[in-house]
Design a protein around this ligand. Structure first.
Ligand SMILES: Nc1ncnc2c1ncn2[C@@H]1O[C@H](COP(=O)(O)OP(=O)(O)OP(=O)(O)O)[C@@H](O)[C@H]1O
Ligand SMILES: [Mg+2]
Length: 249
């Protein structure tokens, strides 16, 4: 469903992504690991349509459509979900209203009527339970004053509500406590179906104990230098990136 070929992207004239190739099919879970500054978040930002980044070469398609020709809303409606390392706050808009809008936008795109209020509330309750999100949070403004862990739960809650075909999650490199780690992991695992796919960017081998990716990719200096299975993450934990990088050089 996601095909990335020779993707190059720059920010302020500096090339950050230097030829990314990645194929994600339905039913798969991919993990992207790599040292700080290797371009992981940049890849997520480029796919999300962040205008600070300029795509200079290569292509990316989602369900056969050129991602870069789709607006950010179109990407979301087509089933792409992007979780952010640093989620935005939306003061004055409650989580419940935000989600109602997002869910109904998606339904409209699918040719469905808006969800009746009762059904929506039931859905929110059910999905909040998946990520152990306190119901009370849904009446607060989106991410405003949320702790790091709460933002993370909220992100997976949004994912549970929107049922994306492809979720791309950029996990923060610090501050995810054991609880948040577990929430992300169990959320992703419970939401997994043969029809959807997840790409999770993480520094934590431990996260992959719960999520169990089909593929682990190592991003270094703007390129995927190595792809393996789960055992690659274990090896990286033991040996660090240096050896792998030296081997590829
Ligand atoms: N807006 C920007 N302006 C200038 N440089 C940027 C910008 N965004 C990213 N970069 C640079 O691009 C490189 C890759 O950054 P990126 O955030 O993609 O790394 P990362 O792999 O996600 O790292 P981490 O593991 O620390 O999250 C870094 O050198 C960073 O400084
Ligand atoms: Mg990052």
């Amino acid at each position: 469903m996601l095909e990335i070929r020779d993707l190059h992207a720059s920010v302020e004239g500096r090339e950050i992504l230097r030829g990314i190739d990645l194929s994600v099919r339905a039913g798969e879970v991919h993990a992207i690991m790599g040292p700080n500054g290797s371009g992981k978040s940049t890849l997520a930002s480029v796919l999300a349509g962040n205008e600070r980044f300029e795509v200079t070469r290569g292509e990316a398609t989602f369900l056969g459509r050129n991602i870069f020709e789709m607006s950010i809303e179109e990407r979301a409606r087509a089933g792409l979900f992007l979780g952010f390392q640093y989620p935005v706050e939306i003061p004055g808009v409650t989580m419940a209203n935000f989600m109602k809008f997002a869910v109904n936008e998606k339904r409209k795109y699918q040719g469905l009527d808006p969800l009746p209020a009762g059904d929506f509330l039931r859905m929110m309750r059910e999905r909040a339970a998946i990520v152990e999100l306190d119901q009370k949070m849904t009446s607060r403004a989106v991410n405003e004053g949320f702790s790091g862990g709460e933002k993370k739960k909220n992100e997976i809650f949004q994912m549970a509500m929107l049922e994306p075909l492809l979720a791309l999650l950029d996990e923060t490199d610090s501050g995810l406590d054991i609880d948040a780690l577990r929430v992300v992991a169990t959320g992703v695992t419970r939401l997994r179906t043969p029809q959807n796919a997840t790409v999770v960017i993480t520094h934590y081998q431990r996260l992959l104990d719960y999520i169990v990716p089909d593929y682990v990719h190592v991003l270094y200096n703007g390129r995927i230098i190595h792809t393996g299975d789960r055992s690659l993450a274990l090896r990286l934990e033991e040996q660090g990136y240096d050896r792998l990088i030296a081997e590829q050089a």
